[in-house]
Design a protein around this ligand. Structure first.
Ligand code: SF4
Length: 599
């Protein structure tokens, strides 16, 4: 780098596989627009995952990207050829049988290697003064591999890593272990990246907290203030769109645009969660700002599909946002993650504002287990949420965490019982518990009967042994009651598989599996059953009225007040009967009718 010349400082930003191919990187786009607003630096974003998606096909790429391990396995084979046997095994166990038949692991590894070299030739990195890799879910090994290639070809080009997978001790250990990395940015990226660029451009000799470097460097004493995110410029996705045309000249698709409503999580208590290690202060944008951003991005990139990258939407601002969006004559559709405590009116409002798919933090169907997870909700809330999504036509994605440490047999049995009530609703994914770096459990091991932290079986397959001892991994395993839990949760695992199969085999998926039609004096409930004939139940008179009085979770005492002519014994008997037929659910004095109205 020649600071005496008039050359403008140039920064390359890079997002590696296995980012979702039909989605630009919000991290790169936000950093790029921030630096462009604050400086005259040249900033270019690169998305090598587009080339890889074009290479392996847009049908196979998403499966590898979403598998969690298959993509990392392919790059581990490149970074650590001696681990190829293990990584091939991990790859094969992480993809479907049909993809396994179509793909030869060794050939694919070779093709990816060639594609990475092609990208490196085309990127002409000699023009740049620094390259930054943004590393989130599934991007660590691909970034380490590409950084190694870059370092070999451009030994003087500073390389920095940042993003959620480089937080805290994880980032520090990456810097120690991998010589190709020169700097780590830990925490919010914008100001730190700006400072680092100014430092590399010889405009300052002082760095700020959260920039970790190899050589001793002066850091400012004052910690960096979190940014006011309402003032941030809109993300700049132009480079992604240019690259999309190059990677897919014949095959056009409409990208899904990621947007941030908030940073961090307003709840931030779930004991297993480490999604917020990167963020130290929860902040959210105003609904007005969010609407302007959506409208501007939609017009600029001619897209109507948006995905909120928030860990959990900010509830009040989101209420205003969707209410305003609903008034606009634009057919947007949105994906968002929300907490499982939403009420009917809120979900209705979100749906009319274009929210078509949500990920809900269900996690458990046992209230005492939910308490151990500090979810702040109950099984009743979760079941009501699942019903509400079915009713509102919102596609719901959610997980059930299995093998959670300290789960009692009573909690397992409660989960098994409750699984019978949620059969009609969209199945949850089985998500095996892992120990997440920085999560409340990680910080309080003894409360969860955890004696020690050990490497996760799958990271053992990806990294050589020396790394297990020297590095802090984002995902770990533990010594404690793990094998007991694996045994205990087996029946739940089987029931989830059967639940998935039931929904996969349903003939008419647009019709709810448990629905009712109202005849004013009577009610007909239609109940599909796995492997058995569909049942029809007829409720007349007061039975119909009681059923309809509990379409949302309702206190038994409120039902009693509504129907004083019914004795408490008769009422309880009716509810017990409805519950035994899985037409109603009851918990702690609240009841919920499970059927949704068929229109
Ligand atoms: S799991 Fe979701 S709601 Fe819970 S703390 Fe993490 S981000 Fe927040």
């Amino acid at each position: 780098m020649d600071s005496s010349s008039n050359k403008v400082f140039a920064l390359a930003l890079c997002s590696m596989p296995w980012a979702i191919f039909n989605r630009p990187s919000v991290q790169l786009a936000s950093l790029q627009s921030y630096l462009q607003q604050k400086t005259a630096y040249r900033v270019d974003s690169f998305h090598p995952y587009l080339g890889i998606a074009a290479l392996i096909g847009t049908d196979v790429y998403p499966e590898i990207a979403l598998s969690g391990w298959a993509g990392e396995a392919l790059f581990s084979a490149l970074l650590y050829p001696e681990k190829k046997k293990d990584t091939a095994k991990l790859f094969h166990s992480s993809i479907s049988a049909s993809t396994r038949k179509r793909i030869n692991f060794n050939t694919l590894v070779d093709e990816i290697e060639q594609q990475c070299q092609c990208w490196l030739n085309a990127a002409r990195l000699e023009q740049y003064d620094c390259i930054g890799f943004s590393i989130c879910f599934n991007q660590l090994l691909p970034s380490l591999y590409m950084a190694k290639l870059v370092k070999k070809r451009h030994p003087n080009l500073p390389i920095l890593f940042g993003g959620s997978s480089c937080s805290g001790e994880v980032g520090e250990s990456l810097l120690k272990e991998y010589k190709q990395i020169d700097y780590i940015i830990d925490g919010e990226g914008e100001e730190r990246l700006l400072t680092l660029c100014r430092f590399l451009d010889n405009k300052t000799a002082t760095l700020v907290d959260g920039i970790i470097c190899r050589r001793p460097t002066t850091h400012a004493k004052q910690p960096l203030e979190p940014l006011e995110i309402n003032d941030l410029p809109f993300p700049d996705y132009s480079d992604y769109f240019k690259e999309t045309q190059q990677a897919f000249p014949l095959h056009t698709f409409i990208p899904l645009l990621p947007v941030e409503f908030s940073r961090g999580c307003w709840w931030n208590k779930c004991t297993f969660c480490n999604l917020n290690v990167q963020w130290h202060n929860y902040r959210y944008k105003s609904s007005d700002r969010m609407i302007h951003e959506i409208m501007a991005l939609s017009q600029k990139y001619e897209s109507l599909h948006f995905t909120f990258t928030d860990n959990a939407l900010p509830p009040r601002e989101a209420d205003q946002f969707f209410a305003e969006i609903a008034k606009k004559a634009v057919d947007f559709d949105f994906f968002a993650e929300i907490r499982g405590t939403s009420k009917v009116d809120r979900l209705k409002n979100y749906r009319s504002g274009g929210l078509t798919t949500i990920q809900v933090g269900i996690e458990a169907l046992s209230t005492s287990l939910l308490k151990k997870m500090a979810k702040g909700n109950s099984t009743m809330d979760n079941i009501a949420m699942m019903k509400l999504c079915t009713e509102q036509g919102i596609k719901m994605e959610g997980n059930l965490i299995l093998d959670f440490p300290t789960t009692s047999m009573a909690e397992i049995n409660e989960t098994i019982d409750n699984l019978a009530y949620v059969q009609p609703f969209a199945p949850l994914e089985a998500a095996t518990f892992f120990l997440g770096y920085g999560s409340p459990i990680y910080k309080n091991l003894q409360d969860y009967s955890i004696r020690s932290i050990v490497p996760h079986a799958k990271t053992k397959m990806l990294f050589p042994k020396k790394c297990h001892n020297s590095m802090t991994m984002l995902i770990s395993s533990y010594r404690g009651d793990k094998s007991i839990q694996q045994q205990r949760w087996k029946p739940v695992r089987k029931l989830i598989a059967a639940w998935l199969l039931f929904h996969k085999n349903r003939e008419n998926k647009s019709r709810p599996a448990l629905s009712y039609r109202d005849g004013q004096q009577f009610l007909i409930i239609r109940q599909e059953q796995a492997g058995k004939a569909t049942l029809h139940h007829r409720l007349r008179g007061l039975s119909r009225k009681i059923y309809l009085a509990a379409l949302i979770p309702t206190k038994l005492s409120s039902i009693q007040d509504l129907f004083p002519q019914v004795s408490i014994n008769a009422l309880e008997q009716f509810i017990d009967e409805m519950c035994s037929k899985r037409l109603m659910f009851q918990e702690s004095g609240r009841i919920l009718s499970l059927a949704v109205q068929q229109h």
